[in-house]
Design a protein around this ligand. Structure first.
Ligand code: FE2
Length: 453
């Protein structure tokens, strides 16, 4: 049996490349895009002899970096994240950092906060990366972090704080809430009571509140002892709950509200609406219903709006669109406040083994969806929005997505003008290599030139 997560463009690339040269481009790269797109994803350095022992979520993290400057694409490189696990398999320099910190594959997201670029996975500590991506250091916020950190922390655009959580299957506590200030110092940790260890991939942060999901994907110690790559089971009897508390609060301030079982990996955004809290989510009816390690879900995920109403003690669910989608992104400038636009990748094919076929821009103000079709045999990844230098409106910017071109056996970086989303792209950067399907990334602007004194 071929593991679908080792097949086609899920298969790992086996080479680290350094292409510090101008790359071929079709179209014109917006000159205000000065920086790098970093994209993380699983890229197993070696694969188990039994395909059942590999899951997409467990592969060694690899960062792909595409540099843009002066209207040109100035380079591409890819590097495995230098985790301890990687160094145990191949000759790489292991990360510096506390020996007791949980390592993890560092394969899910890559962000920059307070001058530190971090590769993230929810099962381990952040790995701080050197600018050339050749070195890593396990980042425990000056010995203040003692358990794993989510791959989906939130940066408050108003305060610059990094607000996040971590779940710990080996608790209690099974859940912790953390705040890092704009300078990168971890200032608060609160233990949150939940009855069992569940997989919590994302959470919501509004201007005033933190929102937690406790959903019935339950950690299974027996599967962990067996060494299964994904030791969780779908147990709907465990129930689903949403917890809301003030960002300045703690466990005693949490209000949990039960709802019908479902699963959400990704929250598009969360915002306050009076006493209610609104979450736009990508919702699955269920996940991991089959043997762990096989398909993520038999159900197609779609965009929903959840309104958490504490007065009514309920969460109202509304489907906004029935198109199968994943990897939602927004303009980071509106994070935590009411957003109008969301960008997603649309899925096609067999729900158990979906492929990404296009991108969608949702205008939630007008209840409209605009589609970008990348063309035949081309499959996009997560759409990353970057506000244009002179952009004032929420959608005045660029959407960056790494697109696999099966006919070329390599990938492109596609740059769309978000205000004319259906295309054609303003620029397509033809990368010198294939970028396997992966997870999340960030646009990291170049540091401005130092002011002359
Ligand atoms: Fe994610």
């Amino acid at each position: 049996m071929v593991n679908p997560y080792l097949d086609g463009n899920f298969a790992p690339v086996l080479e680290e490349r350094t292409d510090d040269r101008e790359l071929e481009v079709t179209g014109v790269i917006p000159p205000d895009l000065e920086g790098r797109l970093l994209r993380n994803g699983p890229n197993p350095v070696s694969t188990p002899s039994d395909p059942a022992d590999y899951h997409w979520f467990s592969g060694d993290g690899m960062i792909h970096a595409i540099s843009l400057a002066g209207g040109k694409a100035t380079g591409y490189r890819n590097r495995w994240v230098r985790t301890r696990a990687l160094a145990n398999k191949v000759a790489t320099v292991p990360p510096k950092g506390p020996s007791e910190a949980i390592d993890g594959p560092a394969n899910t997201h890559v962000i920059r906060h307070a001058g530190t670029t971090m590769a993230l996975v929810e099962s381990g500590f952040p790995h701080a990366l050197s600018p050339d991506l050749d070195r890593a250091r396990i980042h425990d916020f000056a010995s203040t972090l003692s358990s794993p950190m989510t791959a989906h922390p939130k940066v408050d655009p108003a305060t610059g704080e990094l607000v996040f959580f971590g779940y710990d299957p080996f608790g209690p506590p099974f859940l912790r809430y953390h705040v890092v200030d704009a300078a990168g110092q971890l200032t608060r940790t609160e233990d949150i009571d939940i009855p069992r260890a569940t997989m919590i991939h994302d959470f919501g942060v509004t201007a005033t509140r933190a929102v937690f999901l406790d959903q019935p994907v339950v950690f299974d110690m027996d599967l962990a002892v067996q060494g299964r790559p994904l030791p969780f089971r779908w147990i709907p009897e465990a129930g689903s709950r949403v917890g809301v508390m003030p960002r300045s609060g703690g466990n005693d301030d949490m209000r949990w509200i039960s709802m019908d079982p479902s699963y959400v990996f990704h929250i598009v955004n969360a915002f306050d609406d009076g006493d209610n809290t609104v979450l736009d989510v990508v919702r699955y009816d269920a996940v991991f219903e089959t043997d762990p390690g096989e398909a993520i879900s038999r159900c197609a995920p779609s965009l929903h709006r959840w309104t958490v109403d504490p007065a009514a003690n309920r969460v109202r669910e509304e489907m906004l669109d029935d198109t199968p989608v994943e990897f939602p992104r927004i303009d980071p400038a509106v994070a935590g406040t009411r957003h109008r636009y969301a960008y997603v990748a649309s899925e096609g094919g067999d729900p158990e083994h979906p492929t990404f076929e296009g991108l969608i821009k949702y205008d939630l103000g007008r209840d409209e969806a605009t589609r970008f079709d990348p063309g035949p045999d081309r499959s996009p990844g997560e759409p990353v929005f970057v506000r244009a230098a002179d952009g004032t409106g929420e959608d005045e910017g660029w959407v960056l997505s790494v697109v696999f071109d099966a006919s070329r056996g390599a990938s492109d970086l596609v740059i769309l003008d978000a205000t004319s989303f259906a295309g054609p792209p303003v620029a397509t950067v033809h990368l010198p290599a294939r970028v396997p399907f992966g997870f999340h990334g960030s646009w990291i602007p170049s540091d401005p030139p130092a002011a002359s004194s």
